[in-house]
Design a protein around this ligand. Structure first.
Ligand code: PMP
Length: 391
């Protein structure tokens, strides 16, 4: 995929070496089209939305709503009012935890979850039950089947694991949960940048994704919710924008999605997200390209003595987590950084999963549209250097 030159950040050197960016699962770099769309908004259209009657306010409002319908079509939601703009997946899960659940509820998650799809449920006071993974890093579907019971109010599962790249069998999860009358929330943070998402076909009840992982700006993301569910949910944050009428004693609220969008939204980020979706939607064959890079990278790493790959999921995206025998992952990351190579090290915000797989910290290389085989060659060469340093 020949898109690298569209990403200004990739043209730089780090510690005197050309940057090799292999940390896109943490956040992706941004193409010029996205950066320009945000600049253009601030140069011409900046105004607060929904309240103004002047030209700039109308333009800004139109752009925000345009971004909403772009996000709607990106995941094939039936209606624009099923798209709630929030800061990202973390905020989306917090919203659902606060507005959809009650303390006596139980929810079922998978052992593959990012902390963002675990801690908010814990804090909401509900009982959290966890379906495990096998040693490959695939969901134990049989456990999920056993855990969904009469008190289960929600199943919340990653579409794709940020630590192992596992693609969960989300259609089967939804089918199973629905057969027991239980709604499903899917965490699409790692799926939206790589896989086609169709919420109507999946029939999931909630779907969350973050712009910054899919070539868009930070600070914005989407919670999709089926209209009837959003309608019945209580607001979480409150203030301006989300109200219809206000007296000194009480208030009435707007309909979704505005009921959940208190305060001034990040309109420029919404404009950037729209540009990112348009950019991404134009990249045909991206998944195949990333899969071939993934196989190439796995092949290279398997040849390096001392590398232990974490998990071997049957279906996965371009995320490779590993350890190097005798070297702490942070040391691996620091030496790679000296070579201009950016990887993630540590617990990957998935401490329970890593523990289950026998690790506390790992190194993660993650791929995006702008990566090339040369990046993986550089990673392999860097790892050989790490080994020599610690020999
Ligand atoms: N879920 C997954 C699978 C993730 O990878 C991440 C980000 N690392 C999140 C949730 C949280 O997303 P955000 O930080 O954008 O809210």
């Amino acid at each position: 995929m020949n898109v690298r030159s569209e990403f200004p950040a990739l043209a730089q050197s780090v510690h005197g070496k050309p940057l090799v960016y292999l940390d896109s699962a943490a956040t992706s770099q941004k193409p010029r089209a996205v950066i320009d769309a945000i600049s253009h908004f601030y140069e011409r259209d900046n105004a607060n939305v929904h309240r103004g009657v002047h030209a700039l306010a109308e333009r800004a409002t139109a752009q925000l709503e345009d971004a909403r319908s772009t996000a709607q079509h990106f995941i094939n939601a039936a209606r624009p009012d099923e798209i709630v703009f929030l800061r990202g997946v973390t905020e989306a899960v917090n919203l659902v935890a606060n507005s959809f659940l009650s303390e006596r509820d139980e929810i079922v998650v998978t052992a593959l979850e990012h902390h963002s799809n675990l801690v908010p449920w814990q804090r909401s006071g509900v009982k959290v039950r966890v379906a495990g993974v096998d040693e490959r890093g695939d969901l134990r579907f049989d456990e999920l089947e056993k855990l969904i019971g009469p008190r289960t109010r929600l199943v919340a599962a990653a579409h794709v694991s940020n630590a192992l790249g596992t693609i969960n069998p989300v259609a089967r999860i939804v089918e199973l949960a629905h057969s027991r009358g239980v709604p499903v929330l899917l965490d699409g943070a790692q799926a939206a940048p790589h896989l086609a998402v169709d919420v109507q076909r999946l029939d999931c009840d909630f779907y969350a994704f973050s712009s910054h992982k899919m070539y868009g700006p930070m600070g914005i993301g989407v919670l999709y919710g089926k209209a009837a569910l959003l309608d019945a949910m209580r607001p979480w944050q409150s203030g301006g924008e989300m109200v219809q009428t206000v007296s000194f004693d009480s208030a009435t609220y707007q309909k979704p999605p505005y009921k959940f969008e208190a305060g001034t939204p990040d309109v420029a980020a919404a404009v950037g997200l729209k540009a990112a979706i348009e950019w991404l939607s134009g990249k045909k064959g991206l998944l195949e390209y990333e899969q071939s890079l993934l196989q190439y990278g796995l092949g290279l790493l398997r040849e390096i003595p001392g590398v232990r790959l974490l998990g071997a999921p049957r279906e996965r995206i371009g995320v490779i987590s590993f350890t190097l025998e005798g070297v702490h992952p942070h040391d691996v990351g620091t030496i790679l950084d000296q070579e201009g190579i950016a990887v993630r090290t540590g617990h990957l915000c998935a401490q329970p999963l890593l523990k289950r797989l026998g690790e506390t910290a790992v190194v993660r290389a993650s791929l995006a549209a702008y990566n090339r085989r040369e990046d993986l060659d550089a990673l392999a060469a860097g790892l050989r250097k790490v080994r020599e340093t610690f020999a």
